[in-house]
Ligand binder design. Structure first.
Ligand code: UGA
Length: 433
């Protein structure tokens, strides 16, 4: 396909996945028409300048492809221009833990009858959603194409996918061929399957990654008991190609908008047909406990936390993003405040979102300011700048140089040499006994 022949692409919903999808398809040479119901967001995107989200590489990509990118609040414009419509609206959890499909349903309701367009589902939906949508709208051409990008490395993940999963049922194969042609230049392995299996691949992949993290976090607890080092254990395990090294970093557990929502949606999907998914239930429980164990590590050294000044380094759920959804800092701050501690913290980019969610926390303009006079620090998010701090000087600033490294990000020996009492997660001598 030469660049001038590249078909126009429609993107519905300009959140994290939608904006990255729009920017990357434009970069590949497609004219992109993207719609969102949020007028302020669309105005911001059309005005140029800063983007609604912090995602490395995305501002440059959007700027470089401005002439191919069109943002609008009118779905009619998108329907006029594009045949392939990538649905990227969010599917947050409902009170019951099931996925809320109301935004997906609103999109489907706006599509005209006649089968001229193809809806390509990127939003994460429970297995069976595509079948229900087609039952209710039989002439709709429907393709499932789940997204596997990670926040913080989203552009690279999109442009260099490990695999592209394309699910289509009888009657939608031509549209699936078009989707395959659009992804072909990216070079990832393409897996063609049915819609229900494609939907399930997405949920199962996130649930498996979350399971790996909870597994290594439980191993970390045992490492502390027996004096082993979880980093070494993970390294040794990861060399076995059946296990693979990724997602074996012990820490405060997973957060973010995806794992919690998708793991819970999978559990509910099973429960709705009468099956109790025991493994997933434990994966969730381990993750919740993991954040709370930090309080025990602090109390081991400080005793009662009432009135103690605790510095949180990082608020975002992971580095290189300003996303605060399900961030470990939210649980930690609430637990520490609950114990009577005073909490102060710093994050290089997430403060504007954190302020709305953490009204009782004091915000600092730098890590050094947060550490001033603190009785202890907790490293919550592994921002590179925290590794580069002058920790010797910080030890002098703190009232008591105690650090709980929630991401095993700092070198324990160097920290001890700089005068710290150092506690990691599953590192030798980080036990709570
Ligand atoms: C996750 C998946 O990794 C993506 O493949 C998927 O597309 C995305 O969800 C989604 O469904 O939209 P994301 O939540 O952006 O991506 O970020 P991850 O890098 O997976 O991190 C999730 C959480 O796990 C973070 O809190 C991170 O700190 C934690 N984590 C990750 C660990 O605690 N240990 C690890 O070894 C890896």
């Amino acid at each position: 396909m030469s660049e001038s022949e590249k078909p126009a692409i429609g993107v519905i919903g300009v959140g994290w996945v939608g904006l990255v999808t729009a920017g990357c398809f434009a970069e590949l040479g497609h004219p992109v028409w993207a719609v969102d119901i949020d007028e302020r967001k669309v105005a911001m995107l059309n005005a140029g300048g800063s983007l609604p989200i912090h995602e490395p590489g995305l501002p440059e990509l959007v700027e470089a492809n401005r002439e191919r990118l069109h943002f609008t609040t009118e779905i009619g414009e998108v329907l006029e221009q594009a045949r392939l419509l990538f649905c990227c609206v969010d599917t947050p959890p409902t009170y019951s833990g099931d996925a809320d499909l109301s935004r997906v349903q609103a999109v489907v309701a706006q599509l005209p009858a006649g089968g001229e367009h193809a809806l390509v589902m990127k939003s994460t939906v429970p297995s069976g959603t595509g079948r229900t949508i087609r039952r209710d709208k039989p002439d709709l051409t429907y393709v499932s194409c789940p997204e596997f990008l990670k926040e913080g490395t989203a552009v690279v993940d999109f442009m260099r996918p490990d695999r592209v999963v394309i699910g289509a049922d009888p009657g939608s194969e031509d549209a699936a061929d078009l989707v395959e042609a659009v992804y072909e230049p990216l070079g990832g392995q393409i897996l063609r399957t049915d819609v229900a299996s494609a939907e399930m691949i997405k949920l199962a992949s996130n649930a498996f990654l979350a399971t790996k993290i909870s597994f290594i976090n439980e191993i970390a607890v045992v490492c502390e008991e027996v004096g082993a080092d979880v980093g070494e254990v993970a390294r040794g395990m990861g060399l076995d190609e059946r296990i693979a090294p990724g997602f074996l970093r012990a820490g405060l557990g997973w957060g973010g908008s995806c794992f919690g929502k998708d793991v819970s949606a999978l559990k509910k999907l099973a429960a709705n047909s009468g099956y109790h998914f025991q493994l997933i239930t434990s994966v969730i429980e381990v993750n919740e406990l993991q954040k709370r164990r930090v309080v025990g590590k602090l109390s081991k050294h400080l005793g009662n936390l009432v009135g103690k000044q605790i510095a949180l380094l990082g608020f975002a759920f992971k580095p290189h993003t300003d996303d605060m959804r399900d961030a470990s800092s939210l649980v930690l701050a609430a637990r520490l405040l609950g114990e009577g501690a005073r909490v102060r913290g710093y994050d290089p980019v997430a403060e504007h979102r954190a302020r709305k969610l953490l009204p009782s926390v004091e915000f600092s303009d730098s890590a050094a300011e947060a550490l001033d006079g603190a009785d202890a620090a907790v490293l919550v998010t592994e921002w590179p700048e925290f590794a580069e701090l002058d920790w010797g000087e910080m030890a002098v600033r703190m009232a008591n140089p105690l650090i709980v490294d929630g991401r095993n990000f700092l070198d324990p020996e160097r920290m001890r040499a700089a005068g710290y009492t150092y506690e990691g997660i599953g590192r030798a001598s980080s036990g709570t006994r």
